[in-house]
Every structure is written in C-alpha cells, then in structure tokens.
Ligand binder design. Sequence first.
Ligand code: GDG
Length: 482
Amino acid sequence: MNKTIIVSNRLPLQISIEGDKLNVTPSVGGLATGMKSVHAEGNGIWIGWSGITSEDLDSDLKSKVNAKIENAKCRAVELSSDDIDDYYLGFSNRTLWPLFHYFLEYTEFEKSHWEAYKRVNKKFAEVVLNTVEEGDTVWVQDYQLLLLPQLIKDVRPDITIGFFLHIPFPSYEIFRTFPWREELLTGMLGADLVGFHTYDYERHFLSSVKRIMRLEVNFNEITYYDRIIKVDSFPMGIDYNKFHDAALAHNNQNTEKSELQKRLDTHINEDNDKKFILSIDRLDYTKGIPNRIRAFENFLNTYPEYKEKVRLIMLTVPSRSNVPQYQKLKSETDELVGRINGEFSTVSWTPIWYFYRSLPFNNLIDLYTSSDVALITPVRDGMNLVAKEYVATRTNQDGVLILSEMAGAAKEMNEALLINPNSFEDFATALNKALKMPLEEQNSRMKILQKRLKRYDVEKWAKEFFKTLDETNQLQEVVISK
Ligand code: GDG
C-alpha cells in the first residue's frame, strides 16, 4: 500500500524524560493540528526531529524513545546540539524567519549557519530516502527544509513530492538580498507542487524564480529541464468542528467551570458593560505585540470613556527564548505592560491582563468564548490560525474580530474589521467600532466567516493540496511521454 510521508522540522510529539520515565504527548500548534488528519489516514509516516538532541540520548534511552516514536507512526531524524544551534536557532530562526517576514534588520547571513542548514537538510533526506518506496508521496513542510525536495528528487526522480510554506514568501526585492538565493530556489524546485497560503506569496515566488533562475513561467507552471512544477495557493484552515464543539460543550450549563473561567465570570458579573478584548500569539516580533500595547494606550487616551470598561487579555506564549531579539522583545513587552497598568489602573481595574505561558486547550476555549473582541494584529504573518479559531468558537455568532491586513488570513476574512497594524488611528477606530457594534451586525459578519471556515477546514486544505499534487503528477507523465 502506498504511503504518504510528511516531513517537518519537529515531530508532532512532545517527549519529556523524568528520571526513568518517558512521557510522550501529541503537540499543539498550527502545523501539528493541521496535519493530524493526513497522518492518521492509511499508513502515513511522519519524519522529523524528536526535540531531544543526540547528546542527551544514551543508547538505552534512544531505543526506548525510538520505540515510542515508531509507535506513533513517526520516524526520528537525529540532530546534535550543534545542528540545533546552527541550523535551527541560527539559520532558520535568525536568517530565514526574519528575512521572509521582511525584518531585514534582524537578518544574519552567517556562512557557518548556511553550511549547517545544508548538512541538516541532508540528514533529513537520508531518513526520507531510507523510508520511501515506489508509489509513495512525500509532503515536505516549511522553511526549515527548503533544500529537501531537490535532495530527494536527485536520488528518487520517480517519487511525487509536495512542498508547503507556512510563512510568507517575500517580494523579489527582499528575496534577492539573500546570498544563497539560487540554491534555495533550486531546493524548492525539487517539488512537483509548491504551495503557499496566499496568491501574493505565490506571485512573489514565481517572480523570484523568473528573475533569479531565468526559468520559463507559464501562468503558475514552471518548466525546469524536463519537468513541470506547479505553484498554487492553499489557505490553511482549522479543525473547525473541534473548536466549535469544544465551545458548545463549554457553554453547556452542566459543564464544570475552570478556575480561569470562574475568574473571568467574576469580572463580567461585576458590571455587565465590561468588555474583554483578547489577543493570543507566540512572543514573536512578527506578531506586533509592543505596537498593539502602545495602540491600546492610545485608544484609552482617545476614548477615555472606555477606562474601567474594557480589559485587554494578552496571552503570549514563550518562543525561541535563546534568540537575542526574542529576549529583547520579552523585556520590552514586560516593561510596556507594567508602564500602562501603572499609568491607568484603579483600585478596581487593571487594563491589561498579561499571561506569559502556554495554557491548556480548555483555557484557550475559556478565553475565546469569553472575549467580546479578538485583536489579532501581526505586522507580518503567513496565515494566523488564532483569528480563525476565535471565529469558530463563537457559537452564538456574536463577537468581533479585528485583524491585521498583514496576516495571510485577512485575504479570506473580509467580514472582520481589517486594519493596518502600524496605524494607531486604525486601531482606535476599529476598537471603538467593535465595542459599539450592534448585535445584528456582529451576527451577520460572524455567520459569513463561520460558513467559509467550516467549508474550507484543515482536512479540506490537505485534500485540495493532494488533489492538485495528483494532477501535477499526471502533467509530468504527459511531459515525459511527449
Ligand atoms: C505558523 C505561521 C501560520 C497558541 N497559544 C496556545 C495554543 N496556541 C495555538 C493556537 C494556534 C497555534 O498555536 C498558533 O498558530 P498561528 O497560526 O497563530 O501562529 P504560528 O505559531 O506563528 O504558526 C502562521 C501557521 O504556521 C500555520 O501555517 O498560520 O502564520 O507563523 O493553533 O491555538 N494552544 C494551546 N495553548 C496555548 O497557550 N493549547
């Protein structure tokens, strides 16, 4: 039976070792959730790094960990702490991540990190090549593995390969600053289908291929030697029913309330007019967190009538804390929250509730369902699943989503209040509009958003990708037989 092999930097598992006890739990996060349905089907295999470096695994522990991994239909790529430092923290997170999100000032072009990136992509290729059999399909995920498609295609031209980029692909003017630009594009062109979240990213990629590689591009097909490579956009959806059903269960009177929910209820009961504004993101400079806090301060000064009436609940999830820019961002955020709470708080009101941690899923649902407004304002974001999850949990079709134009999700969420995250005026106007929006208008906007998200959920996203990959495959057969 043919199988689908998913390849991503991390396996969708969290492994922790406590004494001689080994705990393996499925991981959360956009990608893991998104691919779960593909992985569960048939005899799929997921290849990636386990999260534990080879130095921390003696041979006894290694075989125990591997057994658990195999059991979860996964296969591990072994990486050393040097690999992680240079390929992951170095090249992926200090070069590709900032460059592709238009943060040129944060982008480091470090040759040794590039060498590590090439070395580690080869390690992934080795495991894939040892796993793949005739008739299998390989689906490579994201920016850590841009070279992998070509490394597989070189050895196994018969294997169908798909590639999906979860972050933006930048404009040609940004991409061309990258010293190893041609090698990177060549790596991606090993795939038969290259997918992006939006048409704009697709367009930017095609433009770079045309201008840097000087290849023939016909609409969304690239001719590369004797192959045709298809490029297309597939906006990633969410597991809609999971979020919607969790919210229905949460709203059921008989469900026991969490401590967090009890706390939220106390505040709502104090004053029915009190409103919650919610933001949830990884602590990342692309998410526009300091700007959002400053914009909230400006909003309170512009519309003082909202003082003591609104609260911003900010959940920021720790991320990449060993990269210097993230440490700086953490101190800046702490300081801004402290300053604004110090400036505006009264005996009975704190304007910002700030959580710096990851919360369990049920608390996430508490926050989504209790918030009147979601304020999702990244300065640059491939898609943004949080915006979609908020909509899915609004089972009474109330609530307002304020969304940055710079998130890929904005392209398919026109009924949200779309703002430029660099404009304090946009923030203030949208917040005022959201907080005053009549219920009928909230309902009509939510209904349309929900209908679209329900129809194009994550399973549909994966199916569409595979359908197009299949068509691309037939295209190759025509080219070869000509
Ligand atoms: C990348 C791209 C693209 C967050 N906090 C908690 C928690 N989460 C979950 C959310 C959501 C996921 O993490 C975050 O997904 P996003 O899409 O918002 O952002 P990135 O992590 O930056 O993802 C992005 C995505 O890939 C998919 O292609 O959309 O543009 O940057 O699912 O619910 N989950 C739990 N506790 C938390 O505290 N349980």
